[in-house]
Design a binder for this molecule. Structure first.
Ligand SMILES: Cc1cc2nc3c(=O)[nH]c(=O)nc-3n(C[C@H](O)[C@H](O)[C@H](O)COP(=O)(O)OP(=O)(O)OC[C@H]3O[C@@H](n4cnc5c(N)ncnc54)[C@H](O)[C@@H]3O)c2cc1C
Length: 557
């Protein structure tokens, strides 16, 4: 059936950006719904380059497997090689990469992730949606309005015409069409800014060196780091409360600085050129490259993070993407949340009317929780980005949570399993206070280190998978096709591992603060750590540790 001239649709999607286009594809692939896709741009995405390119496991899986774009992605976008982090070394010139310490994961992710050229990706999605007989696209939409009718069809008007529909999904990005209309805006406590740009050609950090290419190729560091092209990673250059990303796209490179506004005055980085100058000062390795690069496009947000009061309703409206909530780009949760929200929205759109109220309450909770769980990572311990050790614990911990509580349910289609969700939410809820305590603890540890420990004067490197619990968590990628009961059991086991992991991290902090490396491997001590009562007070930590029964006694308890 062609819907090109119809004025009654099952779903109207406002906004043909990443969220709207992936939602349309999801609906067209898995349901029989008719879709009207509206965008204020005549021909989106338009000439400006779009930010938001780096995918992690969940969105990589959603785009490639659920939306069945694997071949398209492999042909047109770089496969991504994890995240890599770099820190300058005190006392060195830091004008060559060999002066920097680094943390990374050597093995490629078994769940494929990609560096997306957003414009190309969205052009492709729009072209395929337009070809579909159940989809109509209207660009250049003006004077958009929606009359939401809880008891009957909604009425959408634009460009002097109107359409009726059962569902309206707002994917209008920062335009926040429904959010504004319905007063759903809500702030959060992340006050970060970002300036970014794209430059011509590939910024390959391995070439920012005083070494010859042969020396780079034969470096003994490869015994630990391996040979995969490091430029395929999202490379992060880090400092307290800020990081600079390098993301390769075909023929251009995306560069961006994200910063806590408490540590950097936005005026210093208010344009791409100013930002690149700042980056060259902060991480001098870039002096040999970035000043000569041609900037092809740029953008900036003074303050980008916000919440929403509600994002799905039994009255048949929903919000996905930046039209609802957005936390922070570190770890790329933007596309992940789009993947989760779209999945829940498609399920709700297919539900019987009698089930909608129940789905609203469960799905709204899931949507809120999956966003809120990120907030402590960005609001409480962003300063840890300034220290490799503190950040290694922070990132390892967050990644292990992510593998178990985001990726595992997603690759088993469990986010729409209403019998699985109560158990999942209960366990995730139990993790909340532990996570907040640990984030505060690590932030305090970072501050303490800044005051008491001289910065590293030799470069170092670590593979995050050297942390046993994180390496174990990666095995969850292979737990696919689980029954609900198996998934619950796996999640319970993971929760148990996470608690052990958190205790191990606390022990490493004690070992550093008390100057007793043996604490790091002291299993009896780790068993006694009370994750809900963590407090970073070196004097109290010393007394607590000294008051502990001796190791032999403790093991006997
Ligand atoms: C600095 C920064 C870096 C980021 N990096 C990453 C990253 O590496 N990885 C990642 O996954 N995410 C990243 N993100 C997040 C990512 O950019 C967003 O998740 C994503 O762009 C949101 O897509 P969207 O479809 O919601 O919005 P958009 O892509 O902005 O699409 C919104 C669409 O709605 C249209 N529109 C707006 N108003 C109306 C209206 N009234 N009527 C009709 N149409 C309308 C617009 O024209 C547009 O086409 C980053 C975000 C920031 C701020």
């Amino acid at each position: 059936m062609s819907v090109a001239s119809e004025s009654r649709y099952d779903v109207v999607i406002v906004g043909a950006g990443l969220a709207g286009l992936t939602l349309a594809r999801h609906l067209l692939l898995y349901t029989d719904k008719t879709v009207l896709l509206l965008d204020k741009r005549a021909d989106p995405p338009g000439p400006s380059q779009k930010v938001g390119e780096s995918l992690v496991q969940l969105s990589g899986y959603y785009f490639s497997k659920v939306l069945d774009l694997e071949e398209y992605l492999l042909r047109n976008h770089y496969l991504k090689y994890n995240l890599r982090f770099h820190w300058p070394t005190s006392g060195k010139a830091n004008q060559a990469l060999e002066d920097y310490s680094r943390s990374f994961i050597r093995f490629s992710s078994n769940l494929a992730t990609f560096q997306l050229d957003r414009n190309k990706f969205e052009e492709h999605l729009l072209a395929t949606a337009r070809e579909h007989p159940r989809c109509r696209f209207v660009g250049g939409v003006q004077n958009l309005d929606a009359k939401l009718n809880p008891g009957g069809p909604h009425r959408i008007s634009f460009n002097g015409s109107a359409a009726e529909c059962s569902w309206v999904v707002d994917c209008s990005g920062r335009g926040g069409f429904l959010k504004r209309k319905m007063g759903l805006a809500q702030s959060n406590n992340i006050r970060h800014g970002s300036t970014w740009c794209w430059v011509e050609g590939l910024v390959n950090i391995e070439k920012l060196t005083d070494r010859s290419w042969t020396e780079v190729r034969l470096s003994r560091d490869r015994m630990k780091q391996g040979n995969f092209p490091f430029f395929l990673a999202t490379n992060h250059f880090c400092a307290e409360g800020m990081w600079f990303w390098i993301i390769p796209l075909h023929g251009i490179t995306s560069l961006g600085l994200v910063y806590d506004k408490a540590v950097l005055d936005s005026d210093r980085v208010s344009t791409a050129r100013k930002m690149l100058e700042f980056v060259c000062e902060k991480w001098p390795v870039f002096q040999r490259d970035l000043p000569q690069r041609k900037v092809v496009d740029e953008g900036r947000y003074y303050d980008f993070s916000y919440d929403a009061r509600q994002t799905i309703s039994a009255e048949r409206w929903a919000i996905s993407g930046e039209a609802g909530r957005f936390s922070d780009p570190l770890y790329s949760p933007g596309s992940d949340l789009i993947s989760i929200y779209n999945t829940l929205i498609v399920d709700a759109i297919q539900a019987r009317p009698a089930d909608l109220k129940r789905k609203e309450s469960v799905y709204e909770l899931v949507m809120r929780v999956m966003y809120s769980a990120y907030v402590p990572s960005y609001a409480l311990s962003y300063d840890c980005l300034g220290d490799r050790q503190a950040f290694t614990y922070k990132y390892g911990w967050e990644l292990a949570i992510y593998f178990g509580f985001y990726v595992l349910p997603f690759i088993n289609d469990l986010f729409t399993d209403e019998e699985f969700l109560p158990h999942f939410l209960r366990k995730f809820g139990l993790l909340g206070p532990i996570n907040r305590n640990l984030q505060n603890f690590l932030s305090d540890f970072y501050r303490w280190k800044q005051a008491h420990v001289p910065p590293e004067t030799e470069t170092g490197m670590n593979d995050f998978y050297e942390m046993r619990w994180l390496r174990e968590s990666e095995k969850l990628f292979y737990q696919v096709g689980l029954t609900r009961e198996e998934a619950i059991e796996t999640l319970d086991m993971h929760f148990h591992h996470l608690r052990e992991y958190a205790r191990w991290i606390v022990a490493q902090v004690y070992a550093t603060v008390l100057g007793k490396p043996e604490i790091g491997g002291d299993a009896a001590f780790q068993e006694r750590v009370k994750l809900r009562d963590l407090a970073f007070d070196p004097e109290k930590m010393r007394m607590d540790y000294e008051a502990m029964p001796s190791r032999a006694e403790a093991v006997a308890v």
